[in-house]
Design a protein around this ligand. Structure first.
Ligand SMILES: Cc1ncc(COP(=O)(O)O)c(C=O)c1O
Length: 379
C-alpha cells in the first residue's frame, strides 16, 4: 500500500530528539526552530515528560469518557491556575481543528444562531466548520462551503463595527487567532480584540480565541489574547498542549452551560493525553517557561531587527516572523540544507520561528549567525 501523497516533504528521516535538537538516520544533528509546527513546547523527549507518560502508560493508557478520569479534573485545575482562568470549564478533544469545531458548535448551541465571523488569512483547521472558517479556498471542499461563515478584514475595527451594526443579532461567534500563524505571523491589535469583546457583549455573540498555535505560553503570556486585557468566552488549544502527544481542548467561560450529550469524543481526555498535558503544564510552571519565552523572544526579535536585509520582523515571544526579500528567497532552504536548522514558512516569503519554550540564547545565536552568513554569501 502507498501513502496518500498530500504532503510536500523534506527528504530527511528524524530518528532521535533531545531538547531543541533532533538527529536524522545518518547521525546528522539539527537545531529545531520549527517544533514540528509549534508542537514541541517543552523540548523533544523532555525527561520529566517521558517519565510521566511512561509511568501513566504502565498503569493505564486509555479508557473512554464513560467512567471517572480524575486526571481530567487534575488537568482542569492546573490549567486554571497556570492560565489564570480558574473559573472556566474544560472540554478535552484531540486536535486543533476539533477544538475549533467544538467551540463554534457550542457557540451556536448557546446562542441559537448560525453566523460565524472569521477574518482574512485565518487558519482554523480542516474539519468541516473549521475549514469553512479558514481563508484558503483551495482546501475547502464543495461540501464544506457555507454562507454561515463571513470573512471580514483582519485588524479592521471599522469593518467589524459596520458588520455588527447590520447583522449583530445573527452572529453566533467571532473566531480569531491572537497571532495568525499559517497566515504569516500577523498580530491581532489590542484595539481589534477589545472591539471584538465589546461587540460580542453588546450583541450576545461568543468570542472564540483560537489559541491553537499562539497559546499555551508561546508568546510569554499563557494566551496571546491576554495582551489585549480582555477575556474571550472560549479559548481553543492543541499543538503545544501535549508536546507531541495529540491532545486538544477548549476552555469555556462560566456563562456557557453544559448539557449532557451536546459535545463528545471517544479519545478526548484519555489518561495518557491528560498525563501529557499535565506534564507540559508542570514543566512550564516549574521552569518559568512563560518568562523564558518572553525574554528569549524579545532577544530574537531585537537581533533580527538589526539585520537590515530582513523586513518587517514581527511577533511576540517565541512566535516570530519576518519577510525575506526575493533575492534571498533560498534562505529557509539553505538554513536547513547547509546549516541544519529547521524553520517554518508562510507564503509567499515569510520565515516563521516556533521553537520550544525553553530554547536558550546560545541556540538563538547559532540561528542568527547562520542567517547572517547566508545573507552575506548571497549578496
Ligand atoms: C491557529 C490554528 N488553528 C487550528 C489549527 C488546526 O490544528 P490541527 O492541525 O491540530 O487540527 C492550526 C494548525 O496549524 C492552527 O495554526
Amino acid at each position: 500500500m502507498q501513502l496518500f501523497d498530500v504532503y510536500p516533504i523534506n527528504n530527511i528521516t528524524i530518528v532521535k530528539g533531545d531538547g531543541s535538537y533532533i538527529w536524522d538516520d545518518a547521525g546528522n544533528k539539527y537545531l529545531d526552530f520549527y517544533g514540528g509546527h509549534a508542537v514541541i513546547s517543552i523540548g523533544h523527549t523532555n525527561p520529566y515528560y517521558v517519565k510521566r507518560l511512561t509511568s501513566q502508560l504502565n498503569k493505564i493508557g486509555f479508557y473512554s469518557n464513560s467512567i471517572k478520569i480524575p486526571l481530567q479534573q487534575e488537568l482542569a485545575e492546573k490549567l486554571g491556575k497556570v492560565s489564570g482562568k480558574d473559573d472556566y470549564q474544560l472540554f478535552l478533544c484531540n486536535s486543533g481543528a476539533e477544538a475549533n469545531e467544538n467551540a463554534m458548535k457550542l457557540a451556536s448551541f448557546h446562542t441559537g444562531r448560525k453566523k460565524i465571523v472569521a477574518f482574512s488569512k485565518a487558519f482554523h483547521g480542516r474539519t468541516s466548520l473549521a475549514v469553512a472558517a479558514t481563508d484558503t479556498p483551495s482546501i475547502v471542499a464543495p461540501v464544506n462551503q457555507t454562507d454561515n461563515v463571513v470573512f471580514l478584514p483582519f485588524n479592521d475595527v471599522a469593518a467589524l463595527h459596520a458588520y455588527f451594526s447590520e447583522h449583530g443579532s445573527e452572529v453566533a461567534a467571532v473566531i480569531v487567532e491572537g497571532i495568525q500563524g499559517v497566515g504569516g505571523i500577523n498580530v491581532a491589535s489590542e484595539d481589534f480584540l477589545k472591539a471584538i469583546r465589546s461587540l460580542c457583549d453588546k450583541h450576545g455573540s461568543v468570542y472564540i480565541a483560537d489559541s491553537v498555535q499562539c497559546g499555551y505560553g508561546r508568546t510569554g503570556k499563557f494566551f496571546s489574547h491576554d495582551y489585549a486585557g480582555v477575556n474571550a468566552d472560549i479559548y481553543t488549544m492543541a499543538k503545544g498542549m501535549g508536546n507531541g502527544f495529540p491532545v486538544g481542548g477548549i476552555i469555556i467561560a462560566p456563562a456557557l452551560h453544559a448539557k449532557h450529550g451536546m459535545l463528545g469524543t471517544t479519545f478526548g481526555g484519555n489518561h495518557l493525553a491528560c498525563a501529557a498535558a499535565l506534564a507540559v503544564l508542570e514543566v512550564i510552571e516549574g521552569d518559568n517557561l512563560l518568562e523564558n519565552a518572553e525574554n528569549v523572544g524579545n532577544y530574537i526579535i531585537n537581533e533580527l531587527k538589526q539585520i537590515s536585509e530582513l523586513q518587517n520582523v514581527r511577533g511576540r515571544g517565541l512566535m516570530i516572523g519576518f519577510d525575506v526579500p526575493e533575492q534571498h528567497k533560498e534562505l529557509k532552504k539553505n538554513l536547513l540544507s547547509k546549516h541544519r536548522i529547521f524553520t517554518g514558512e508562510a507564503k509567499p516569503n515569510v520565515i516563521r520561528l516556533l521553537p520550544a519554550l525553553n530554547i536558550q540564547k546560545q541556540d538563538v545565536d547559532v540561528l542568527l549567525n547562520a542567517i547572517r552568513a547566508e545573507l552575506t554569501s548571497n549578496n
